[in-house]
Design a protein around this ligand. Structure first.
Ligand code: 4AD
Ligand code: MG
Length: 431
């Protein structure tokens, strides 16, 4: 007998098959038991008919607890009501291990309770769908960059530098030295771009930020492309192409998952390059027109400001050329103004906030040296980075896309904590 996965059931109509499953839920009457089965690849209904299977097996089916693991044997039947067109007429059950007092029942549970049981919560339909969307974004990321001439390079996680400011670092001992967990692989990716031209990384990054918002994780995954001979405007074009590609890939390949999540896909269909661009100056002006008196030129945007700007558009929007004072040391100054830099943040629609931060990078040696000094960064730790400016430096640009914020936006998940398998939050290291 063939062992198959639930997702492949529609290809086995009429065949008797064996599937390794867990019992997600069940309902039964005196004659029939409906088993909601899941196997990781999908969810399907198994129907047990007492008259067909006999008293003994029917009693096993009726008595099984939620999340009991088993092999089920049965004939795959076409079924129009099922989301993917098949169900299983169960004729045999081999229980592997029963589950005891499974805590997450079909009733509503509080968030903290679910977070404490994250190791089990991942089995639920909604979490399954979010993880599928996450996986598709990762798959489409590799596809996009590989098709566009990028090479994947992996920056270190233990580092001696802090590209995004020194206040949000996780310190650790590195034998006799001090080290930090990487906030961003960018500086290493700049070195990599000088070796391989167009590169991208995908890895975990860490921010010891005491933020407790629906957009902040302590540990999150970032995709960081870096491109030699690419200037600011050209980088924005890559960004909008990339984001369009991942959104369109999810729409195409995660239909069932988006449906299960209740995602309004009409809001995603329109996400195709080009995206609108407004300058920081224009954004401030717009916010003042909208009655935001709390923000002045030179301030960074808060979530309500970003949301007000995003709500004005039906696609993600680039805010370009921020004041030099609120951005990191490495950003290239504007050629005609000394108060702003050549950078952009990409703000997602529907209030999901900034998903990309990027810029053109400084490559002039004297300017880089003075910027490092102004930011009180150690010339010893950054010697290798400064050295890049002396060895055939070229204009180059790059950006970082936060995976979890992107997952939250595309899947329509309110809080970022559900967009990563095991979130690290301000007050949570368990499980
Ligand atoms: O804007 P950020 O800090 O930019 C950088 O780290 C650059 N070095 C990237 C680069 O140019 N190579 O972070 C980039 C993105 C943000 O736009 C956001 O999507 C995400 O990373 N991000 C976070 N996501 C979740 N939790 C946090 N605490 C995040 N901080 C940043
Ligand atoms: Mg940023």
């Amino acid at each position: 007998m063939k062992k198959i996965m639930i997702k492949d059931m529609p290809n086995h109509i009429g065949e008797t098959v064996k599937i390794g499953t867990w019992l997600a839920n069940k309902r039964s009457s005196g004659k029939l038991a409906f088993l909601q089965l899941r196997d990781g690849s999908g969810f399907a209904q198994g129907v047990v008919v007492k008259e067909e299977v006999g008293e003994e097996l029917f009693a096993v089916a009726k008595g099984m607890t939620q999340e009991t693991s088993m092999y089920v044997i049965g004939e795959v039947k076409a079924d129009e009501r099922s989301s993917f067109g098949a169900e299983l007429n169960v004729t045999g059950i081999e229980v592997i291990s029963p589950a005891k007092d499974y805590p997450i029942t079909p009733k509503e549970h509080g968030t903290e309770f679910l977070m404490d049981n994250r190791h089990l919560w991942l089995r639920s339909r909604k979490q399954h769908a979010i993880m599928k969307v996450r996986n598709e974004i990762i798959r489409a990321t590799y596809e996009f960059f590989n098709e566009n001439g990028f090479t994947k390079m992996d920056p270190p996680i233990l580092t001696g530098s802090s590209p995004e400011g020194t206040s949000e670092l996780f310190h650790t001992k590195y034998f006799d030295e001090d080290a930090f967990l990487s906030q961003s692989g960018q500086l290493y990716m700049e070195a990599a771009a000088m070796a391989l031209g167009k590169v991208f990384s995908f890895g975990p990054t860490f921010r010891a930020e005491k933020s407790k918002t629906r957009r902040h994780l302590i540990e999150f995954w970032m995709i960081e492309p870096e491109m030699a001979f690419v200037e600011h405007d050209e980088s924005l074009e890559v960004q909008e192409q990339y984001v369009s590609h991942i959104v369109q890939s999810v729409l195409k390949n995660c239909k069932l998952d988006l449906e299960r999540l209740g995602r309004d896909t009409s809001k995603l269909e329109n996400v195709k390059a080009p995206f609108p661009r407004i300058s920081y100056d224009q954004a401030i002006e717009f916010l003042h027109e909208q009655g935001f008196d709390d923000i002045q030129w030179g301030d960074d945007f808060g979530a309500p400001h970003e949301t007000a700007i995003a709500n004005h558009y039906d696609k993600p929007v680039f805010i370009t050329c921020y004041p030099i004072g609120i951005k990191p040391f490495y950003m290239q100054p504007h050629p005609e103004r000394d108060d702003v830099v050549l950078c952009a943040d990409l703000i997602a629609p529907e209030g999901y906030g900034e998903i990309i931060g990027g810029s053109e990078r400084i490559y002039d040696y004297e300017l880089m040296k003075s910027r490092l000094e102004e930011h009180n960064l150690s010339m010893d730790a950054y010697a290798w980075y400064l050295d890049l400016c002396k060895q055939g430096a070229v204009p180059h640009s790059g950006f970082g896309l936060g995976l979890e914020r992107t997952v939250a936006w595309i899947s329509g998940t309110e809080h970022i904590r559900e967009s990563i398998p095991f979130p690290r939050l301000l007050n949570r290291l368990y499980p």
